[in-house]
Ligand binder design. Structure first.
Ligand SMILES: *[C@@H]1O[C@H](CO)[C@@H](O)[C@H](O)[C@H]1NC(C)=O
Ligand SMILES: *[C@@H]1O[C@H](CO)[C@@H](O)[C@H](O)[C@H]1NC(C)=O
Ligand SMILES: *[C@@H]1O[C@H](CO)[C@@H](O)[C@H](O)[C@H]1NC(C)=O
Ligand SMILES: *[C@@H]1O[C@H](CO)[C@@H](O)[C@H](O)[C@H]1NC(C)=O
Ligand SMILES: *[C@@H]1O[C@H](CO)[C@@H](O)[C@H](O)[C@H]1NC(C)=O
Ligand SMILES: *[C@@H]1O[C@H](CO)[C@@H](O)[C@H](O)[C@H]1NC(C)=O
Ligand SMILES: *[C@@H]1O[C@H](CO)[C@@H](O)[C@H](O)[C@H]1NC(C)=O
Ligand SMILES: *[C@@H]1O[C@H](CO)[C@@H](O)[C@H](O)[C@H]1NC(C)=O
Length: 823
């Protein structure tokens, strides 16, 4: 028996017999639940090139002669276990090693300088152990021999008590070095000036050490650096202007040092790449340079706990996509700029402990993503704007120690706030829960002003309800479940004439878009109600056999995440649906247009909305409705960015039964389950293009039977499309992207990245923040869960796919976890 590749998924111990496979080349047992010792026989398989045991529960030590029997070993991955003892010097006898990754174990003792003999070493990862550097003979310690590793690209030693001076001669290190992780290594001394010679360095992490002296100006020569993190040291002096030459810099973390002087104005030059700027907890003075507000793509800005002065600029509003801003604990003065309302992605804002004065702008109510808002310890005056009640995600509000007056609002997030949010504002009044004076009521004469309109609207409501009930009974339609009632225009029949005048004669300027089976126009009825009008193109043969019946049915489907069918028009050859108009357009626009962007929470919410809509269609409606054509352009967004799924039930509209095959052709390539695509081989297709796709998908031939013989469209096809849309929403890649050729598809790409634990490489970079962001891990966990769900929805065998009920539950769980983790 000649086994060359062995991949197992196991718990328990690794059988000693593995060592008896004399031709084994690759052993992959990473990410399992293996425990016990690593059988030493593994280290005697001379043919082996890869040993991957990472992320298990393995314990014990490495044998002293480990490298002597491994002449072909190139990849040795045992990170993330409980291995202890010293690193045997004989590792260096496995001379073909390219990647040696032993991080996250309990190894202790010196890092053997023999490792420097591994001439092919590309990646060395020893982080999170208990390793030190032997400084007793400075000439031959590990730092001084590093220069021999000519191919080294990654050096990861962070979180080890190295207890050494940072005496590395960087100019002697290989120009191939790209990633240096030396954070939390208990290192002393200055940052050597020749660090600027590492021309290919991409990431430098020297954080949380005891480094002193200045930030070397030579760092300005690190032309390729993207992450520069030296936080938590004792660095002194100014922030050098030279750093502004680092045009690829994505994150600059200088916080928690003793840096003085002003923030360099030229940092505004880093606009193109900079996403995180962390200068907090230093001794910085002077005003915030106005150029900083030109960092229009920055996501995280923290300047807190310095001695910054001066007013906040109206330019604040230019930080269009920023997620958190912390300017607390400075001496900023003046009023809060009203331009702040443009920061639609802002989740966390702190301006606490400054000298800000004037009112809280009522436009704060537009900051719909806000979760934390801290304005405490300033001199703010005026009322608390009632518009803050609209901030439905707000979990933390602190307005304490200001000079605010008037009534504390009680709606929205205020229902869950306590007196701690309003401490020491002498002018505030409101309900007793807030430990403030009750408010004085207006005089009684004004009561009528409230009561009469109240009675009127109550009467109106009763009449509407009776009318609605009668309408429904007349149509003999069973009650539909309405999760949330939104005010919507009521059902009515409209004539072609009415539509003509509502759309200026179907004027091109009213055209919202054209789809596979018609055009959509924006219209405004004479009573001012805006609608979208979907006009069908009648060339779709055999369609519309029962348009009126199906249309009535559609107009009775109500769910807060489905586009409401207000009405239908069926006159002679003209057939149209009248739909609720969605002012914010579709998800496609929000994902791919330059001027729009969605943050993580918005995307999560949108996908929860979409999943809820499909769940309703699949499970809660009396006869399940299959959508058949879910894609981002069918997901529309209302004023509050709540998603509404459009074009559901078109399948039924076009006539059930026989013409179901035609419906299939309407579905959009890329979002269809593989079986759906194949079915098209057997029907006369509307699109030439489909044939091309079919050829690419012959791989899935075994699924013809499933759809072909039964001749029905199943809900599982929608689940597949949902999975694709979910992955697309968070990767910002269309399934039809040109990178997906051959066997590589969006699904495969995402699945591979999950397997390699490299989800950051596929997700939309706008979502990520930066790797050193404290929230990065939570983002990563959340995104991985989302992608796993996407993959689960796209399992090739329909029977193994999850259903929409499970998808909704999973997404809600992911959101809860995320919100809990991140805030
Ligand atoms: C490896 O093989 C050699 C010779 O075949 C043998 O002497 C040695 O004991 C083996 N080592 C281990 C750890 O099995
Ligand atoms: C193991 O490597 C060391 C140098 O790292 C060398 O001195 C020694 O001779 C090698 N041993 C064998 C058996 O190859
Ligand atoms: C770390 O290593 C030192 C010796 O280098 C030892 O004294 C200490 O106990 C080790 N700590 C842990 C947690 O293993
Ligand atoms: C380091 O860079 C400086 C300035 O570019 C250069 O003068 C010096 O020769 C470099 N040192 C090495 C060892 O390459
Ligand atoms: C760096 O390399 C140069 C030339 O190869 C050598 O003279 C010098 O001693 C090296 N410096 C260190 C600290 O290893
Ligand atoms: C800003 O930095 C301070 C100090 O490191 C930290 O406590 C605070 O949470 C940071 N603010 C944000 C918004 O992350
Ligand atoms: C208030 O808190 C409760 C329990 O934590 C939660 O269920 C409810 O949704 C919150 N209400 C608002 C308006 O945030
Ligand atoms: C708001 O800040 C003040 C001090 O600045 C503190 O006493 C109070 O507890 C904070 N409120 C909340 C809700 O954390």
């Amino acid at each position: 028996m000649t086994i060359k590749v062995l991949i197992l998924i196991l718990a328990g111990t690794i059988p000693h017999e593995i060592g008896h496979l004399p031709s084994l080349e690759r052993l992959s047992l990473g990410i399992n639940n293996l425990s016990g010792l690593i059988p030493s026989s593994i280290f005697n398989i001379s043919t082996i090139t890869l040993i991957d045991l990472h992320d298990n529960q393995l314990s014990g030590t490495l044998p002293a002669n480990i490298g002597l029997g491994l002449p072909n070993l190139q990849f040795f991955f045992i990170g993330g276990n409980k291995l202890s003892g010293v690193l045997p010097k004989s590792i260096s006898n496995a001379s073909q090693l390219i990647r040696l990754e032993l991080g996250q174990n309990l190894f202790s003792g010196f890092i053997p300088s023999e490792l420097c003999a591994l001439a092919n070493l590309y990646r060395l990862a020893l982080h999170q152990n208990n390793l030190t550097i032997d400084t007793s003979i400075p000439e031959v310690n590990f730092f001084s021999c590093l220069a021999n590793l000519k191919d080294l690209s990654t050096l990861a030693l962070s979180h080890n008590p190295l207890n050494a001076k940072l005496s590395v001669s960087f100019s002697n290190l290989s120009a191939s070095l790209e990633f240096i992780y030396l954070g939390d290594c208990n290192m002393r001394g200055n940052i050597p000036n020749d660090i600027g010679n590492l021309s290919n360095l991409t990431l430098l992490d020297l954080a949380e050490n005891k480094l002193s002296g200045p930030v070397p100006t030579s760092m300005g020569r690190l032309q390729n650096v993207q992450i520069l993190d030296v936080h938590g040291n004792k660095l002194q002096g100014h922030i050098p202007d030279e750093l502004c030459q680092l045009i690829h810099l994505n994150e600059l973390s200088l916080y928690g040092n003793q840096l003085t002087g002003a923030i360099p104005a030229c940092l505004g030059d880093l606009n193109a790449a900079l996403r995180g700027l962390f200068l907090q907890s230093n001794l910085l003075t002077s005003t915030i340079p106005s150029t900083l507000w030109g960092l229009s793509d920055i996501l995280h800005l923290n300047l807190s706990s310095n001695s910054l002065v001066g007013p906040l600029s109206e330019g604040f509003g230019n930080l269009k996509v920023v997620i958190d801003v912390d300017l607390s604990n400075n001496q900023l003065s003046g009023s809060i700029p009203s331009s702040i309302q443009s920061l639609q992605n802002l989740v966390n804002l702190s301006l606490a402990s400054n000298n800000l004065e004037g009112p809280i702008p009522s436009s704060f109510g537009n900051l719909l993503s806000l979760v934390r808002l801290d304005l405490s310890q300033n001199n703010l005056s005026g009322m608390i704007p009632k518009s803050l009640e609209a901030l439905s995600y707000l979990k933390y509000l602190n307005l304490s120690f200001n000079k605010l007056q008037g009534e504390i609002p009680t709606g929205g997030p205020f229902t869950n706030l306590s007196a701690q949010s309003f401490v020491s504002n002498r002018g505030l009044c409101g309900v007793s829960r807030f430990h403030v004076q009750p408010c004085k009521r207006k005089s009684d004469t004004s009561i009528l002003k409230y009561v009469i309109p109240g009675i009127l609207s109550a009467m109106l409501l009763v009449i509407s309800i009776i009318w609605l009930v009668m309408l429904r009974r007349k149509k003999n339609v069973e009650a539909t479940i309405e999760t949330t009632y939104l005010p919507q225009p009521l059902y009515r029949r409209v004539s072609y004439q009415e539509l003509l005048s509502a759309t200026n004669g179907f004027n091109v300027s009213n055209l919202l878009g054209t789809g596979s089976f018609g055009s959509v126009y924006k219209g405004t009825f004479s009573d001012g109600v805006d609608v979208a009008i979907k006009v069908f193109n009648l060339e779709t043969e055999g369609a519309f056999t029962s348009f009126d019946v199906e249309c009535d049915m559609l107009s009775n489907i109500r769910h807060r995440n489905l586009i409401k069918v207000i009405s239908c028009c069926n006159q002679n050859d003209f057939k149209a649906l009248i739909l609720n108009y969605m002012p914010n357009g579709n998800l496609e626009k929000w994902l791919y247009s330059q001027n729009y962007s969605l943050n993580m929470l918005q995307r999560l919410d949108i996908m929860i909305n979409v999943a809820s809509a499909l769940e309703y269609l699949h499970h809660d409606y009396e006869t399940p409705i299959v959508h058949c054509d879910l894609k981002p352009s069918n997901i529309l967004l209302d004023d509050d960015m709540v998603a509404h799924v459009a074009d559901f039930g078109i399948a039924k509209l076009l006539g059930g039964g026989d013409s179901m095959t035609q419906t299939m052709t309407l579905a959009t390539i890329g979002y269809m389950a593989p079986g759906d695509v194949l079915l098209l081989v057997y029907v006369s297709t509307l699109y030439v293009m489909i044939n091309v796709v079919v050829l690419k998908n012959l791989f899935y031939i075994s699924y013809i039977a499933e759809y072909g013989t039964e001749g029905i469209v199943t809900r599982r096809g929608d689940v597949y499309s949902f999975g694709i849309v979910l992955m697309e929403t968070f990767t910002r890649r269309k399934p039809t992207d040109e990178m997906f050729v051959g066997e590589m598809s969006l699904k495969q790409w995402v699945a591979n990245s999950l397997f390699a634990d490299a989800i950051v490489e596929v997700v939309d970079t706008n979502l990520l923040g930066t790797q050193k962001d404290p929230k990065f891990v939570s983002y990563n966990v959340c995104l991985s869960s989302i992608m796993r769900l996407g993959v689960a929805c796209c399992v090739e065998t329909p029977e193994e796919r999850i259903n929409m009920q499970e998808a909704v539950a999973t997404l809600n769980k992911i959101k809860t976890e995320y919100v809990k983790e991140v805030w």
